[in-house]
Write a protein that binds this ligand. Sequence first.
Ligand code: FAD
Length: 472
Amino acid sequence: MAHADAIVIGSGPNGLAAAIVIARTGRKVLVLEGANTVGGGCRSAALTLPGFVHDVCSAVHPFAVASPVFRSMPLREHGVDWLEPPVMLAHPLDGGRAAVTYRSIPRTADALGADGSVYQRVFDRVVADWPAIDDAVLGPLRWPRHPLTLARFGLSALQSAERFASRSFATDAARAMFAGIAAHSMLPLDTMLTAGVGLVLAATAHAVGWVVPRGGAQCIADALAAYLRSLGGEIVTGTPVRSIDDLPPARAILCDLSPRPLLTIAGHRFPPAYRRALERYRYGMGVFKVDWALDGPIPWSHPECALAGTVHLGGTLDEVAASERDARNGRVSERPFVLLSQPTIVDASRAPAGRHVAWTYCHVPHGSTADMQPAIERQIERFAPGFRDRVLARAVKTPADFERDNPNYVGGDIGAGVTDMFQFFTRPTWRTYSTPVRGLYLCSASTPPGVGVHGMCGYFAAQRALNEVLRD
Ligand SMILES: Cc1cc2nc3c(=O)[nH]c(=O)nc-3n(C[C@H](O)[C@H](O)[C@H](O)COP(=O)(O)OP(=O)(O)OC[C@H]3O[C@@H](n4cnc5c(N)ncnc54)[C@H](O)[C@@H]3O)c2cc1C
């Protein structure tokens, strides 16, 4: 491209969303991606055997469906086909029991027995208030459009998940299910705001579904890339940017980077106070991931687990909480909380006939070098005896592998920074998308609203660039 109005560094979902928002205004946009394929944390590859398509990072995509900016794009025309599993989530417990989240709130409540009426009341309200909540959780800090609704939600959301679950629910099944959902926060479950993560994520299961794209996460990135190209945007892969000084002139540069790699390529341009603020940004626990090629479906003890797109393996609330506390406190858990996705129950295109793939990860201490594969497989065997006999091949990814493949994931922190009360609204600093350098912006998950495949960080960063340096 001879001359770009805007250059985007990185082609993760936020980088591509930012590029599209700018390209839609008729401006010329160039995306430079360090890896050989587009997508960042939204990619798929044959990690184990030929014919088995695994998601390298993201697998389950409620936020992509809920995202206002993705909803404004013709992703279906560019190949995205959402598949909804019969059961959103199963959380098996010892003794052959399981808590189950269905798309329907009444059905979920029914299955929860004694906690059914509380569950129904809580989630009827959260889903009814969803438009107001969605506006707040998928955007930067601003005066809410529905302050009363949001204040009501905030009373529950600000609590810790442990407190909320133990006060709201009486059964170990409902408590465990809520704890597992809240544990996506990558925070100890006695931390404020973890109830909010649980409430929002559980609400998405009912409001939009915990869906998977046919063909894997790469289809989302490929659709974004195809739409961008249809708008005249250009993407160059295999081009890591070592310094922003190497870039051709452009009115705006948007970095799909977390603070550490931003400092590497642009730190010399920042005043010391901003550099220090970025250096103070906190990264959290890492993840250890295992993918399998399987010669058949996972032999779950509980039948609903076989129908669930996502299965949470960690037992009771206390066990899940202990595992997350360990990861935060630098201890390796013997019984880690494991998140598992089994897309082949709804998407036969991901494996040869009759075969399956499975995707899991557990949280580990920041930068941990521990091998968690045996512990993860023990947790699956606990609820699916005979699982190991189905394994044809496996691929393992450590925190160091994550950081090597994508410098945003420092220490294996796939959230690109802790998302607690202090780093939720003002990530990575109070300037959020802006930097002290005119025309240089951040558009990654290290800005609000943070982790997830939703593109909203890119949308808000692009809006800021359009309002400030791309006005005419
Ligand atoms: C194991 C795992 C599981 C996940 N599961 C889910 C899930 O199920 N659902 C969900 O919604 N989210 C999930 N996520 C989170 C989601 O993937 C991320 O939040 C999302 O991808 C962040 O998007 P981004 O555009 O901000 O950055 P990234 O996706 O991190 O993209 C950044 C891009 O910038 C490139 N880059 C970095 N430095 C340079 C440089 N110097 N020059 C050029 N290019 C560079 C990188 O190669 C990368 O392509 C998961 C993430 C991981 C790792």
